[in-house]
Design a protein around this ligand. Structure first.
Ligand code: KG4
Ligand code: ZN
Length: 338
């Protein structure tokens, strides 16, 4: 079955065609076109929601045409249209949802709403044909940091989540203050290489106690105070050491809760997904946590870690099989609705 996926929850407009058939083990990406708005938002140091919505409107039909063309498919070949309906920027989501509705209903194709987080996890199914739930999933992105007990392809139970900011937001904010252009997460990741991870003591994002929740506001404020204090004294902080300490504290905090979640669930396999899963230090730390426990770890390749529509199409396939359908009243939601 061919699924056309559409993604517009933040600053990437994406359309993709995937071929999926769980019975015969087919999970194949036929096309995955991503139109990034990063260069536009860079001018403002972050995503400007209204500009994002307008850019999605301009890009969505062209890239959908391109995705079908590259897959060698027409709308008559498409078995379902899957679209990100939550969570994300509401204006941005609405562009994809309304475009998907028009396309699906004018061509008499079933419409399937998809949760963006399930999409990030489904990226792992596309790159590992053997992987099936149940398993643990750690989703770390610009908007989310959460641990899920994935009981089935469409059944998620939140084990732990962030109480305030997401890890990606925490990376981007400090990267910006340190002078890196938006989104600075990847640049901060690189700057951390070769620095001393113990040069600065920062508060861990892993909350105390037996729970699995995170908080990133403390470490963000502590790093800001360090930077501002040094500036006022006319001192120059070692940038590599600061980046290394910041990345190390975030990564080890996330790894600590992930290890506890693996021990609690007892799962022998886990997925690391989301844009921040591109972070080399996080990948290495989670790999260590899995290795000592004999847990199989699946991390999507970099092109499937960031926002893309192939992951939405894959999640849409499982949702379609579970009977999920959207009608003409389908609405987008900024909040997570599992
Ligand atoms: O999943 P994603 O593409 O969008 C959301 O759903 O939010 O994640 C984007 C986030 C940004 O905050 C970006 O800075 C971060 O992923 N990111 C990284 C790295 N590459 C991307 N953060 C840390 N290290 C990286 N290498
Ligand atoms: Zn995302």
């Amino acid at each position: 079955m061919l699924i056309l996926g559409l993604e517009s929850s933040c600053d990437e407009t994406s359309a993709a065609v995937v071929e999926m058939d769980e019975k015969s083990g087919v999970r194949k990406i036929l096309s995955d076109i991503v139109a990034s708005q990063v260069d536009i938002h860079k001018l403002y140091g972050g995503v400007v929601p209204e500009i994002a919505s307008r850019a999605h409107v301009e890009a969505v039909s062209g890239i959908t045409y391109e995705a079908l063309k590259q897959a060698g498919a027409g709308t008559k070949d498409v078995g379902a249209v899957a679209v990100t309906a939550c969570p994300g920027l509401i204006g941005a989501l609405l562009v994809g949802v309304n475009f998907a509705k028009s396309l699906a209903f004018s061509h008499h194709i079933p419409l399937v709403p998809v949760n963006h987080i399930c999409g990030h996890v489904a990226a792992a199914y596309l790159c590992d044909p053997e992987l099936k739930p149940p398993h643990l999933a750690l989703v770390v992105s610009g908007g989310h940091t959460a641990l899920y007990d994935v009981k089935d392809f469409t059944v998620y139970e939140t084990i732990g989540t962030t109480r305030d900011d997401a890890a990606g937001e925490a990376f981007d904010k400090i990267a910006r203050v340190m002078g890196m252009p938006y989104p600075g997460g990847a640049a901060l990741d690189k700057m951390a290489d070769g620095g001393d991870p113990h040069a600065f003591a920062l508060p861990s994002p892993a909350l105390g106690g037996d729970g699995f929740d995170f908080s990133f506001s403390g470490i963000k404020t502590a790093a800001l105070n360090l930077i501002n204090g040094a500036q006022m004294r006319g001192e120059q902080l070692n940038q590599n050491n600061l980046a290394a300490s910041y990345v190390h504290t975030i990564v080890t905090g996330i790894a600590k809760k992930t290890a506890a979640a693996l021990d609690k669930t007892g799962y022998g396999q886990m997925v690391l997904a989301g844009g921040v899963a591109a972070n080399a230090h996080l990948r290495a730390e989670i790999a260590k946590v899995c290795q000592v426990r004999g847990v199989k770890l699946t991390v999507p390749p970099l092109n499937l870690c960031g926002d893309n529509a192939a992951m939405i199409a894959a999640a849409g396939y499982y949702a379609y099989e579970a009977g999920a359908r959207g009608d003409t009243f389908l609405n987008a939601s900024a909040a997570d609705t599992f």
